[in-house]
Every structure is written in structure tokens, then in C-alpha cells.
Design a protein around this ligand. Structure first.
Ligand code: AQP
Length: 333
């Protein structure tokens, strides 16, 4: 079966190991399967839901493309473009915001987590973010959406919006109802400083994450300083439930070595953290260092990156403009 893949990454800088293991690693595997049609979008409209420096944003858009390529996405096989260039995304988001219900958005936990007690000061864009995300996906008739576990709820609202539009306008199957592709294990990588919090770009402390541009020395230092607990590593995974930092570090090791948590615990059970951390640094360096060097090289090749975005835009625009035209007809414009 041909899978139509769509996913996006915000160009908000500091792309990290969580973005890689939770999403981009999966993008690469999907891109490598010849049967799939993949679209990977640099979601700059999503990025401005929180304040961005315009010059920095422009650089971050290119750096995100460089990261896709450095991680192994082939622009000859997959469409890579930035969202703001294809105006159908904003237009479709408006139409879909007239279909989505306030009650659905009010349940979104990511909005609540991001704004905390400052709800009144949050942008309206941040609140309606899931509707724009639904527009992104539905415009391309995506069948599958590879995302990290944090995006699961947004995918559910996208499915609700698609079904509601199809029902309200009596157009069976106009929007395909997409399936999330979320890895069973290690779909949420946690902060190196707090195993109960998601590894995130916007976390102030750089020590909380491994950036995909980190050098070998920085990786070693961050892993050395990563939070642990005083006990040796456990020999059974059930003991990890009360030890979030140990669970996260062992999970990162397992994901990087394409292994399971059980096997990793078999290897390191009873050992102390310092011995494990050395091995973890090694596998991280093996994976991240080549990516980091490639990103640093590619970000200087602006014309090359802009050409990829332009070619991607031409293809994406073609698909999205057809779909939005049909949406206009259905709605009665
Ligand atoms: N910690 C994570 N573990 C697993 N997957 C993750 N993703 C993000 N963080 C983790 C996945 O990466 C993809 C791209 O994410 P994004 O750039 O669209 O933004 P985000 O989810 O908001 O990422 P951050 O790092 O948490 O950014 P801030 O700090 O700005 O909120 C998505 O598929 C996401 O699931």
C-alpha cells in the first residue's frame, strides 16, 4: 500500500535528540521506502505562535532543511518546503476553524502546558495551533503522520476535524482521515535535567538536551552532567517506573542502538551510572557527530537549501491549490 506521509518540524532552533528519535529518524525510514510519498514541511507559520526574531527565523528555516538532509532525508524522493510559502495552509486553517469546536481545543494539554498560568497572555495562534496542523495534513490527503508522542492529541483533533467537515458538507471521504505513526517505545524523550519533563527546544538550560549540532565534547559533558539517582542501574525494567532519569537514559541508549529496553537493562543492570554514561556518550557521538558536522557544512550552502525549498514549494503548491479549490466549491464560495 502506498503511504502518503506528511509531517512538520518547527524552525525554532535547537533541534534536539527528542526531535530526532521521536520524529526525524522515522521520517528517514519512511523516505527510504520507495513505495511511500513523503512530504516534510518546515512549519514556520506554527513557529510564530510564539515570538520569533525575524532574522533568526530565516536562518532557522534553512537550518531545519539542512537538518533534514543531514539526518538522511533525500530531497529527490521527498518534498521539502516551508509552510508559509503555500498560502492554502492559512486559508484552509480558517475554513477548518469554522468547523472545529471550542470544546475540542479547550482539551488540548500541550496548550495548557505551554501557557501555564499565563493563558490570557498567550497568542490566539498558539491556541488554534492544532487547526493549522489539521490544515497542513488534510491538504495533502496524508494517510500517515509520523510524530512524537506529544503530538498524539493534535492528531486526534485533526481526525475529528476531517470527519466533521466530511459530515457537515456531506462529502464522504473528501478529507482522508489520517493515521498517526507514533513509535511504540521511546516516542517521548525526556529532559536530561528532569526525567519527568519532555526534552524541548524552548527549555532555558542547554544542558537539558542534546542538540543535533552539539560537538563530541559538548555531548560528553552533557551526559556527564545528566541527572541520575544514587542507586546502581536496575536489572528489571519494572524498577524503572520510579526512576525517570534512569529510564530516559536507558531508553535513549536503546533507541540509538535499535534495541529494546529489556536488552539494555540486561547489559547494564547492576552497573553504576558512570560506566553506562561512557557507553551512552559513545553511541550518541557515533550517531550525532556526523549529523552535526553535516548540518554545520550545509547551513553555509544557502543557495542549495533555497533551491530545495523552491522545488518543494512548486510541488506542494500544485497539490495544495487543487485541494483548496475543491474546498471552496464544497463550502459554497
Ligand atoms: N522530547 C521529544 N521526544 C520525542 N519527540 C519529540 N518531538 C519534539 N520533542 C520531542 C517531536 O518532534 C517533532 C517536531 O517537533 P516541533 O518542532 O514541531 O515542536 P515541538 O513538539 O513543540 O518540539 P519542542 O522541542 O518541544 O519545541 P518547544 O520547546 O518549542 O515546544 C514532532 O513530531 C514532535 O512530536
Amino acid at each position: 500500500m502506498v503511504k502518503k506521509i506528511f509531517s512538520g518540524v518547527q524552525p525554532t532552533g535547537n533541534l534536539h535528540l527528542g526531535n530526532y528519535l521521536g520524529a526525524i529518524k522515522n521520517f528517514v525510514e519512511l523516505n527510504n521506502d520507495k513505495k511511500n510519498e513523503c512530504i516534510f514541511c518546515v512549519v514556520d507559520l506554527h513557529a510564530i505562535t510564539v515570538k520569533q526574531d525575524p532574522k533568526q527565523l530565516r536562518n532557522n528555516i534553512r537550518e531545519t532543511v539542512a537538518t533534514f538532509i543531514a539526518c538522511g532525508i533525500d530531497p529527490q524522493k521527498s518534498i521539502i518546503f516551508n509552510q508559509s510559502k503555500v498560502s492554502a495552509h492559512s486559508e484552509a486553517a480558517w475554513i477548518l476553524s469554522c468547523v472545529a469546536r471550542m470544546g475540542w481545543l479547550n482539551r488540548m494539554t500541550q496548550f495548557k502546558e505551554k501557557v501555564g498560568k499565563d493563558k490570557e497572555k498567550a497568542s490566539i495562534g498558539l491556541y488554534s495551533y492544532p487547526i493549522l496542523m489539521a490544515a497542513d495534513i488534510l491538504l495533502y490527503d496524508a494517510s500517515h503522520v509520523p510524530v512524537g508522542e506529544d503530538q498524539k492529541q493534535h492528531l486526534e483533533i485533526c481526525r475529528d476535524i476531517a470527519q466533521r467537515f466530511n459530515n457537515d458538507f456531506n462529502v464522504d471521504d473528501f478529507f482522508k482521515v489520517p493515521e498517526p505513526l507514533i513509535q511504540n517505545e521511546f516516542a517521548r524523550i525526556m529532559s536530561l535535567k528532569d526525567g519527568t519533563k519532555k526534552m524541548s527546544k524552548s527549555e532555558l538550560s542547554d544542558l537539558s538536551r542534546i542538540n543535533l549540532t552539539d560537538s563530541k565534547d559538548i555531548i560528553i559533558n552533557k551526559i556527564k552532567k545528566a541527572k541520575t539517582d544514587p542507586l546502581p542501574l536496575p536489572s528489571v525494567i519494572t524498577e524503572l517506573e520510579k526512576r525517570p532519569e534512569a529510564k530516559n537514559l536507558l531508553g535513549i541508549y536503546s533507541s540509538l542502538t535499535n534495541s529494546t529496553l529489556e536488552k539494555t537493562v540486561e547489559i547494564f543492570g547492576g552497573k553504576n551510572f558512570s560506566e553506562f554514561k561512557e557507553k551512552l556518550s559513545q553511541v550518541l557521538i557515533e550517531k550525532i557527530d556526523p549529523i552535526s558536522m553535516e548540518i554545520k557544512k550545509l547551513v553555509n550552502e544557502k543557495e542549495f537549501l533555497d533551491k530545495i525549498l523552491l522545488e518543494g514549494y512548486n510541488k506542494a503548491e500544485n497539490i495544495a491549490s487543487n485541494k483548496i479549490k475543491k474546498m471552496h466549491e464544497i463550502v459554497g464560495f
